[in-house]
Design a protein around this ligand. Sequence first.
Ligand code: DON
Length: 604
Amino acid sequence: MPAPSRSRHPSAASVRWWDRRPGRLAVVVLALLTAMATPALAQDALPQAVTTEREMVVTANPLATAAGEKVLRTGGTAADAYVAVQAVLGLVEPQSSGLGGGAFMVWHDGTSGETTTYDAREKAPMSATEDRFAGLGFVQAWQSGLSAGVPGTPMLMEEVHEAHGRLPWQRLFTDGLRLAQGGFELTQRTSDQVAGLLANNTSCSDRLYFRDPVAFDYFTNGSETDCAAKPAGTTMRNKDYADTLKLLRNDGADGFYTGHLAESIAEAVQTDPNIPGDMTTADLAAYDVVEREPVCEDYRGHEVCGMGPPSSGALAVGQILGILEHFDLGDDPLGVEAVHLFSQAGRLAFADRNLYVADTDFVTVPVEGMLDEAYLASRAALITDMDMGTALPGTPPGEFDPTAPQPASTENGTSHVSIVDRWGNAVSVTTTIESSFGNGVMVPDGGFLLNNELTDFSFAATAADGTPIANRVEPEKRPRSSMSPTIMFDESGELELVTGSPGGSRIIGYTAQSIINVVDFGLDPQEAINVPHHQNRNGSTELEAPIPGVTWDYDVDALRAALQARGHNVTVGSLESGLSLVEVVDDGLVGGADHRRDGAVGGR
Ligand code: DON
């Protein structure tokens, strides 16, 4: 790997967070008082960073991490490891990502020093029209064939392996196949999520959720009268998934996008028991992954690169950072000043995102203008000590189509993977089927769930005055995303940090916060994850309630009151990120995984 240029966090696992934070008397006194008040310090029990010498993989599931670790250990690249990780994630964390979904990847080549991005976002079918979701509520659209986009993940696996892999393709499916055939234990998280969706049904026989008998049989012990999620610890076997992996292993992505599996996908969509969709085998055969330029923003001397449109990720993260650069955030990650400034930058970034960002193959987005230095300085100048209320979009320099803002919507089913290999290559990939369990349909002989990514389009095509909305449905268009796979470089252009998270539109805030936690507050990757979240998506200011054993403990009521005094409308609740971080330091790598989910770090 290239000689890392920074000398930070040399022994992360052995240093506690209060030793690391700037040595202010107040912090020390607070730590001592806390120590006296509680017999065991809560922070002692928090997850600690992991250090390795030369390679590292962080995923949302220990079995997926183990698969990636094995590939890296046997001479695989980060691209090889991603293929193995994805094959396992689709099986063991099926509610979040899989072969029936899409992904965005930022790839950094350790040898050439180049960075590129892969857009494997799902596409709307050729027959899609802008009134696709007219008159439908989110749930109706979600639990239907209309929401399924043409999957991109299998083609991404093949393309990045062809471009950047070293190990034979066939070897990368070993763990996925072994687990699908031999069985794995259902996690508490998956079981709880099945139960959570089932609880929304009016009755067991009248199912809006898990309407698909294949998915229902796989995930529940249910019958017509008893809808029970399989309990955590159940040994799950998925023979159909194993057959799909064999098809991919033997025939490559062609085995997925053509032939009997493609027919089966199209049929599952077209015969959806709720609302039939229109995806055809021709749509599958026409799918393409697009390599695009990364979108980069300088932040206090670091270069932060991510995924441009159709994702709003790098633009919004870049705007937040570019605005924050005009301020000193202080030295407390949960200080009222830092939280206030971060919320205001979030408001401004979301106002622009909601107006301008969509698939640039269809609409003109002012990508450079949105990150223009003078433009961001003018946006930063709008920030005062008080909450600004709803931010209006600005007018960045450059061309854009006349467009109206898209109303807000919600999401929940995604995973982030960060990998660095021994050659200094890095993968930051956010992979998704959109909502929990995608659109709820398991392809009958495929063993994987279909996505509902098309609900990321604006349901309305125009505003009330007839102005078109940039992110309206159009044939073969990719819906706007918030996914923010990110790679950061230091002043000399050396690889420094790999980060990203699931979490719907909150991904932007989670990812930006992980960066300021490292850059501004000097935290190691695990500490950066353990800090409770806060953000503002141009609505209320959201604070994460502390989670014992997972996040730092803090006085959330005091922070809420301080923000309210500055005019904020504050909500406190769960902000369930799934961050995966790898940082390059002088003597190796430091990793952090998110224990709000089942995150795990591996490597050596
Ligand atoms: O592309 C997007 O922005 C969403 N479909 C991602 C959904 C998501 O992250 C849900 N996660 N927990």
